[in-house]
Design a protein around this ligand. Structure first.
Ligand SMILES: CC(=O)N[C@H]1[C@@H](OP(=O)(O)OP(=O)(O)OC[C@H]2O[C@@H](n3ccc(=O)[nH]c3=O)[C@H](O)[C@@H]2O)O[C@H](CO)[C@H](O)[C@@H]1O
Ligand SMILES: [Mn+2]
Length: 283
């Protein structure tokens, strides 16, 4: 689809749309892809193409035309002004089982500073140590619910069982929640994480592999697995799986031990440095 920066689009769908502008024949930035987002619920809005012009250093759209969210590819004020009147609800699920409870305070405190400020946010903490959940003052419209889960001697099980327990939460409580995130607790927010990250199915690119050739991705290589990918298949390496309709750049999942790369203009969320032997029940 071709659009120009001066074109306004009227869309009346209930859904959120993303349109893309392919600017060709530019001597300096030949074949550069600009992302223009049109976000609507009976609203007439579009996001300026100029906004995206300075990110020629990264891939900002996937081959199936999903935006990859990098700083400079979106207008936060505009996006918030579109979502705020819709009164959306955002849930975050975070597991703090066993010694991982030690990360929860920082996670919650920094979420108060950076995660969907001004929106309805409901944090669901899954833990076996309900008494140790820290008291963190939350702003109006934000709340926390603790769910008790059994402890386990195997971190693999704790990590892998998350999806099953989240599924249960969705069935029991989240019928009216618009968006649900699953985040690692051993992390902190450092910068805005907001409405630009919303989509029907969203995944973050793994910060350890985003510059690697596909042949180096640690995809499932056992043919008997349902997650099997043959050599030459696959697109990015996500934390999670599936081909999403919106992709979050590694700004949304950095690691404190990694030195900052030039294309990372902002670190929004980053894993803290940890000693696995100290915190995991088994290594
Ligand atoms: C950001 C990212 O890419 N994270 C993935 C990566 O993280 P990590 O290697 O950082 O794994 P991790 O140790 O953070 O475990 C994932 C999460 O499970 C929870 N947990 C784990 C162990 C435990 O004893 N108690 C507990 O609560 C906790 O929320 C933790 O953040 O690899 C894991 C599997 O190896 C999972 O795929 C993680 O999603
Ligand atoms: Mn982690």
């Amino acid at each position: 689809m071709r659009v120009t920066a001066s074109t306004w689009w009227l869309l009346t769908s209930e859904y959120i749309h993303h349109l893309y502008h392919h600017r060709a024949n530019n001597a300096n930035r030949a074949n550069k892809l600009f992302v223009i987002r049109v976000v609507t619920r009976d609203l007439l809005v579009f996001q300026s193409a100029v906004q995206t012009a300075d990110r020629s250093d990264v891939v900002s759209v996937t081959p199936w035309l999903a935006p990859v969210v990098w700083e400079g590819t979106f207008n936060p004020v505009l996006l918030d002004s579109i979502y705020e009147p819709q009164n959306i609800s955002v849930a975050v699920t975070v597991f703090a089982v066993g010694k991982y409870i030690m990360f929860l305070k920082n996670f919650l405190e920094t979420a108060e500073q950076h995660f969907f400020i001004g929106f309805n946010v409901h944090v669901y903490v899954f833990t076996d140590r309900t008494k140790d959940v820290p008291q963190v003052k939350m702003a109006a419209g934000r709340q926390l619910t603790v769910r008790s889960v059994p402890s386990s001697k195997r971190w693999q099980e704790i990590s892998a069982r998350r999806m099953e327990l989240i599924q249960l939460l969705i069935e029991e409580e989240l019928h009216h929640t618009d968006y649900i995130f699953c985040l690692d607790v051993d992390s902190k927010f450092h910068g805005r994480w907001g409405s630009e990250s919303l989509g029907g199915l969203v995944a973050v690119i793994h910060p350890g592999y985003y510059k690697d050739d596909r042949s180096r991705f640690p995809y499932e290589r056992r043919p008997e697995s349902r997650a099997y990918l043959a050599p030459g298949e696959g697109d990015f390496y996500y934390c999670g799986g599936g081909s999403p309709e919106q992709v979050l750049s590694p700004e949304y999942l950095w690691q404190d031990f990694k030195s900052r790369e030039p294309e990372i203009h902002i670190i929004r969320f980053s894993g803290v440095v940890k000693n696995y032997a100290d915190i995991r029940p088994n290594v």
